[in-house]
Design a binder for this molecule. Sequence first.
Ligand code: UD1
Ligand code: CA
Length: 461
Amino acid sequence: MKKFVVVLAAGKGTRMKSKLYKVLHQVCGKAMVEHVVEAAQAINPDKIVTVVGNGAEEVEKVLDGKSEFALQKEQLGTGDAVLTAQEQLAGQDGATLVITGDTPLFTSQTFQSLFDYHQKKGNAATVLTAQAPNPYGYGRIIRDDQDNVLRIVEQKDGNLEELKIKEINTGVFCFDNQKLFSALKQVTNHNAQGEYYLTDVLEILRNNGERVGAYKMPDFSESLGVNDRIALAQASKIMQKRINEEHMRNGVTFVDPATAYIDTDVKIGNDTVIEANVVIKGHTIIGSDCLITSGSRIVDTKIGNDVTVTSSTLEQAQMDDHTDIGPNSHLRPRAIIREGAHIGNFVEVKNAEIGQNSKVGHLTYVGDATLGKDVNVGCGTIFANYDGVQKDHTTVGDRAFIGSGATLVAPVNVADHAFVAADSTITKDVAKYDMAIARGRQVNKPDYWHKLSLSKSEDWQ
Ligand code: UD1
Ligand code: CA
């Protein structure tokens, strides 16, 4: 039996009040529609067709390589949306899973269970339903007194009795593919919204004498449909809990899982501790035995084992094993901290490699530089990398010592075992074993106090 999937993603999402098309809004670092398509991919369908319309180009870009596309030119309703996939699907034998693109919490297990149930029952259509604590906005499932599913009534079309029903249409269906497309042709737009509803297919099939059923989910949490920002935040909260619990099952400690925001694709090794108020995003990978303290924000960064990040911001950077940073430091793109190195507080590193066991302890900017092993960079050092037109590179050799308050003006090289005296402005290379001093010499003015006219007043004696 062939398996097909249709994902509906053409709507604008007016209720989001956004420039961004609804299905592209992110939940834990991934567009809603991408969550849907990835969960669908996991049941190995023969084909996935995503129906696009508003923001078609952007949606196609996000789903590139994961789905085929059908273009719905005008958003005439969910029934019309499925019909636009007929070119790719009509006439084929198989079962078709239809999913709305704004329900990001469904798991592939749920899709598989629906599919299996649908097959087992030999249904022409099976709707995935759930008992909603607050069913407002969802289509309601109307059953007869033998519990058979009769039809689905939309919020705007329901009468008072119907709207009391709490069993809702989750927006996910499994259909016999051929019967789906022939029934879709009979759908009309005679309803409160003047739209062609996919939900009407159930009643049409039933009236044609086909078997129609429902697969009811044990709990509602996967079914949340995101139509506005309130639901978006709810979906993120549910997904966040799911992600953090998965990490905890894998041996990660969360001091307060409710305030740790970890994106879907982040990987974390066991015995790592995540404190409260931490944000870890994108494709970040964190090893084992690390400590990430409160106030850290880590984006697309690779972190080895036994690394401590104290209240710091890391983006597109790398920290190798046994390193530490913070508090209040910033690794910017292409900062690489080699094994055993120490980055202290108020340090910014950009496009620079800090060699093994080197120390950059305090209030320093390192940009466009390569530092060797066992280098010591004193407090308040500046790697001046920009002359107003272009960026230049600085190298510092192994075991070099850079005194506090130095400014290294790129391009410049400080060789292995070289010294730079505190407060020097270095514009010329420093050779191996040498020391450079480049600062005004100290001049002491004897008895200056008595020469000051001020000091002649009575109060100052
Ligand atoms: C829909 C269902 C409702 C269900 C709910 C579940 C219908 C008529 N209603 O309502 O029964 O309880 O989902 O979350 O199906 N779309 C298109 N083209 C269109 C219209 C919509 O692609 O012409 C897409 C949207 O982008 C969206 C999805 O279909 O991803 C659902 O549309 P939406 O307007 O959000 O439907 P709901 O009112 O939530
Ligand atoms: Ca919706």
